[in-house]
Design a protein around this ligand. Structure first.
Ligand code: ADP
Ligand code: MG
Length: 732
């Protein structure tokens, strides 16, 4: 019997050795601080290339959030162009983030004909400030029809321009916002920037109440995102249509070993992986992205990278770039970097921990509790505003992270559940108790840990333990929104987070301003703030939960507390249709009704389309690879049985195996027909389609998977056409 396809499972030693040589030849931005950010137009580069007054004006916009003076655009453009040409750039592009969730760029050449048979390099202030890509082919959620194609990109001077190098050239990339001719936002950046501004407006009011606003011109949100990902050998990906097209395995029996032994997490990083990380980090350093951490994650083949936090707008651009660099550099090392939330069933999925805080532009973290926390009223007001926001709008937060991919993670056992709750830890929970009782007298101390061996130092311990199971955890001086999917752009979840928190800051500021009146004494402030904290905490502390979020008891307890548990995207997205969602976005000027509607439409389209693509991929794999393998084995076994019986011998075990195989092959055919049936109906609207996808199509795919995985477990390895979990997860 001939085998149509053979699998390569050899280690790619030779190729990876040759990569080692190139790695060593890389400029070492990681060890030479002067190379940090060499490919960004910021800091020193700007200082050296711009006249002092232009530099100063640009800094006012970048650092203090003041409006951009368009008069400086020409000077900046010329300096940027010269700098870019010196780095080998041939093109520039306005780099933006359409509603696809990816990034987009249209390259324009610097060189223009000079009219005398030659060419000159040109780049004007106008070209820097405004671009005009054809908006018609990006999803606009109905804001724009194809015949209304005009869209603009607008320079975001607060995020540094950067040079993206490829082996054959380089492109000056200018971060921009993307809006339609009517001014509606068609991208993820514009609403994010608006949401950051409302946070600032209302957080400043609270600073003022505490007399702490002097010298502060704005409050910024800070963001540091831990990115989890898998690395799988490129050869395996090439042999699996599901990974190539969908980024996740649609079938695949479990490997005998997963992460039961917990031996991968924080384990020593394999050398080939380290070579990849080193190159990726160096490229990120050159782009001014301050990568600080790398380690093995829980699942075999899973890793994490995290930067030092930055202001949220820049951090968001840098996060998109980080994903781009990880994907690109992985290929240099014969890997594919999988960012999908659940590439492999049954083992840990990937998230993106969204570490979020608010700080003054003078560098004070407003969520830092400091030592005598119970006396730190200002901190307690900001903290309480977050608790209130998350309780009032837990369902909106859930909606902000809804995607087909993330559904495999949320609510599944090894990930944060779909119930949004807050972990505060012992110290803060104790303070909440005191506030509720109306007396704040103490802060639980952070004792030292005596390790019991004389040679080891006593170490100070944190005031609360960690809790890895919480979807929204206070981690010392920031909140960590852990339920964000690994593949997502962080712009949208942060837009929502900022908007709901801005609403609570507004509420707290308004209450305090009204109750305090003019020139309130210190005692009065103390009393009024205490009363308000008590009211808000009593009402909203049900969202606080410090226990094991993965447990069944929590599910029941959360239900008793009336917290929403939205287990799938189809339902989560419906929350964004609500009047409450429209009201909050319009009230704070983050999204008008059309802009919101457009986003929900695009998210629904994506959900439906992604699942349908997966279903078609699965059908194709089963029909052309898996089922034929099953039938081949069936005929091989049938031959064995008939030859054995012809020799006058009985072979009951083989007959039993054959019977099992015939039945699995039959079930597989019907299961695929079932998927095909569910793929055919047309629906009048996206909501009905999403509900159908969730209720019928996804279960049919899951059922097919169960049969295919059972078949895989009895089919001879040489007949099985696909790389297995054990190969993909353990060969590196
Ligand atoms: P862990 O989550 O494992 O405790 P870290 O404490 O190192 O890890 O923080 C993880 C991420 O949180 C890093 O990207 C870090 O820069 C970021 N982070 C730390 N402080 C803040 C802050 N004030 N605002 C936003 N992000 C922060
Ligand atoms: Mg973390």
């Amino acid at each position: 019997m001939s085998i149509t396809k053979s699998r390569t499972v050899t280690h790619r030693t030779t190729e990876w050795d040759s990569h080692m040589e190139t790695d060593n030849a890389l400029t070492n931005a990681a060890t030479d601080p002067s190379l940090f950010g060499v490919l960004t137009f910021t800091g020193d580069v700007m200082l050296r290339r711009l006249p002092a007054e232009v530099f100063e004006k640009l800094q006012q916009t970048m650092r203090r959030g003041l409006p951009l003076d368009p008069a400086i655009a020409n000077t900046v453009a010329v300096a940027m162009k010269d700098w870019a040409l010196e780095h080998g750039c041939t093109h520039y592009c306005h780099w933006f983030q359409p509603l696809t969730g990816a990034t987009a760029e249209k390259h324009d050449a610097f060189l223009k004909p000079d009219g005398q048979g030659g060419a000159i390099a040109e780049f004007s202030g106008d070209q820097l400030i405004r671009g005009e890509p054809d908006a018609s082919s990006f999803p606009s959620g109905g804001i724009r029809d194809t015949y209304e194609a005009r869209g603009y990109t607008a320079w975001d001077a607060t995020s540094p321009a950067f040079i993206l190098k490829t082996p054959d050239g380089a492109t000056l990339s200018i971060p921009t916002a993307f809006v339609s001719w009517t001014g509606d936002a068609l991208d993820k950046k514009t609403p994010l920037l608006r949401s950051i501004e409302v946070i600032s407006t209302h957080a400043m009011r609270i600073l003022k109440i505490f007399g702490a606003g002097d010298g502060v011109s704005q409050v910024i949100t800070t963001l540091g995102c831990e990115q989890e990902y898998f690395l799988v050998d490129e050869e395996f990906i090439n042999q699996r249509m599901d990974l190539r097209i969908c980024g996740r395995t649609l079938i695949g029996a479990p490997s005998p070993k997963g992460h039961q032994l917990d031996d991968h997490y924080f384990g020593s990083i394999p050398e080939r992986v380290l070579a990849f990380m080193t190159e990726a980090e160096q490229r990120l350093y050159e782009l001014g992205i301050p990568i600080s951490t790398r380690h093995n994650e829980v699942a075999p083949g899973q890793y994490e990278i995290a930067p030092t936090f930055e202001n949220a707008n820049v951090a968001t651009d840098h996060q998109m770039l980080t994903m781009h660099i990880l994907r690109t550099v992985a290929r240099h090392h014969g890997f594919v970097c999988l960012m999908h939330e659940k590439p492999f069933a049954g083992i840990n999925g990937s998230g993106k921990h969204n570490n979020w805080s608010i700080a003054t532009d003078t560098g004070v973290n407003l969520l830092d509790p400091r030592d005598e926390t119970h006396t730190n009223m200002q901190f307690l007001v900001y903290l309480t505003a977050v608790i209130r926001a998350v309780d009032r709008h837990a369902d909106l937060l859930r909606a902000s992270i809804a995607s087909a991919g993330n559904d495999h993670r949320l609510g599944a056992n090894e990930a944060p559940p779909a119930i949004i709750s807050i972990f505060l830890g012992d110290m803060l929970t104790d303070i909440l108790d005191q506030i509720e009782k109306g007396e704040r007298t103490s802060t639980l101390s952070r004792a030292e840990l005596d390790l019991g061996a004389r040679t080891l130092p006593n170490i100070p311990r944190h005031s609360s333990d960690r809790n890895r199971t919480s979807p929204f955890a206070f981690t010392g001086n920031k909140f960590e929104f852990r339920a964000v999917g690994s593949n997502a752009s962080i712009a949208w979840p942060n837009t929502l987070l900022n908007t709901i928190i801005a609403e609570s800051l507004d509420f707290m500021a308004t209450e305090l301003e009204q109750r305090l009146g003019e020139n309130a004494s210190k005692e009065k402030i103390e009393k009024v703030v205490s009363d308000l904290l008590k009211e808000v905490i009593t009402k909203h502390r049900r969202v606080v939960f410090n226990g094991d979020n993965y447990s069944d008891e929590w599910r029941q307890e959360a239900e008793r507390r009336g917290l929403p548990n939205i287990t799938n995207s189809a339902e989560a997205l419906a929350v964004l249709d609500s009047q409450r969602a429209k009201d909050i976005f319009t009230k704070y000027g983050v999204l008008n009704n059309d802009e919101l509607k457009a986003r929900v439409k695009v998210l629904r389209e994506q959900y439906n389309t992604i699942v349908c693509i997966e279903a078609r991929t699965l059908v194709s794999m089963i029909k052309t690879e898996v089922h034929p393998a099953g039938l081949r084995y069936q005929s091989e076994l049938a031959e064995t049985v008939s030859a054995t019986q012809a020799a006058g011998l009985a072979c009951p075990d083989t007959v039993e195996l054959l019977t099992q195989l015939i039945s699995l092959n039959g079930e597989l055919s019907s299961a695929v027909r079932e998927i095909e049936n569910h793929l055919s109906p047309e629906f009048p609207d996206l909501v009905q389609e999403a509900n159908h996808v969730r209720k019928n199509l996804i279960p049919a795919m899951e059922q097919t998977r169960v049969i295919a995985d059972a078949l895989e477990q009895i089919t001879p390895d040489d007949l099985w056409p696909l790389p297995t979990y054990a190969e993909m997860l353990f060969i590196r």
